[in-house]
Design a protein around this ligand. Sequence first.
Ligand SMILES: Cc1cc2nc3c(=O)[nH]c(=O)nc-3n(C[C@H](O)[C@H](O)[C@H](O)COP(=O)(O)OP(=O)(O)OC[C@H]3O[C@@H](n4cnc5c(N)ncnc54)[C@H](O)[C@@H]3O)c2cc1C
Length: 308
Amino acid sequence: MSILVLADLHEGQLAGATAHVVAAAKAIGGDIDVLVAGEGVQAAAEAAAKLDGVSKVRVADNAVYAHQLAEPMGALLVELADGYTHVLASASTTGKNVLPRLAALKDVSQLSDVLAVDSADTFKRPIYAGNAIATVKSDDALKVITVRTTGFDAVGDGGSATIEAVDTVVDNAQSSFVKQELAESDRPELGGAKVVISGGRGMGNGENFKLLDGIADKLGAAIGASRAAVDAGFVPNDMQVGQTGKIVAPELYIAVGISGAIQHLAGMKDSKVIVAINKDDEAPIFQVADYGLVGDLFEILPELEGKL
Ligand SMILES: Cc1cc2nc3c(=O)[nH]c(=O)nc-3n(C[C@H](O)[C@H](O)[C@H](O)COP(=O)(O)OP(=O)(O)OC[C@H]3O[C@@H](n4cnc5c(N)ncnc54)[C@H](O)[C@@H]3O)c2cc1C
């Protein structure tokens, strides 16, 4: 088995998701190479070389890969994929953008959102918004896999892989980068935060989300939201947790004024400890909660912040 992992980058640095994808590669077994593609990514390559289990880091450092657009990244992967049995990336927006292109160009079926490895050709993945887990076997010679990072504990450092430049530069006339607008935040990134506190429709309005700030500050938490809170315009949609939002699995998830619809649970039910604050003691969120506080969030939140 020979596995190529596409590294996740954040502002040119190696993102934490990569260590989870390498863990999935280790579960498959075999030689693991990591591809770092971007512009000015030497530091990311050096960080990837330290990941436990990685044999070789391949670095495609060129302006054409700067924003990891699907078209040049897909073409690069097509060039590199020969010789590998598996190509893995995280099920992030980039992985979900790039890997289907590779799968289509190689005429193989993609395996999406893999959360467990049974063997080198058999994997587990969620279906029906996470309500059922499908075991799927692929007979394709090349297995193209996006990995749900919350399913695999990150590998640590301790490796000393070789770093090798990839000279392949693909033409990209199909797409170009125009601009990006990033939400500025001092808080941890929602997808990787160890603690998440999310507000739902019960928060009432966007102004009331400030009630979560003090608790988030004290716990070093990221702030999330239900889709109802996003749709009502309380907060921006990059804060949405759930089936059509971000999938999170922090050490601690605090759901405030969230009923616990299956689409919300699909994004957070793998959290280690779940705390729910809701005035309705029959709210479905209490069925997945480890700790439940039944009461008015406008009384409980200030009290909780004071106690913390
Ligand atoms: C295809 C599809 C995809 C979807 N994707 C997502 C998704 O990704 N994420 C997501 O979250 N949803 C998603 N949804 C929507 C989902 O079905 C629910 O509508 C949504 O999660 C409800 O959000 P909520 O719990 O904030 O609101 P509600 O269900 O309205 O619940 C509000 C809760 O707040 C409580 N409350 C109210 N006032 C207070 C108070 N003062 N103190 C304490 N508690 C209070 C109420 O008791 C209630 O339980 C999706 C739906 C569909 C159809």
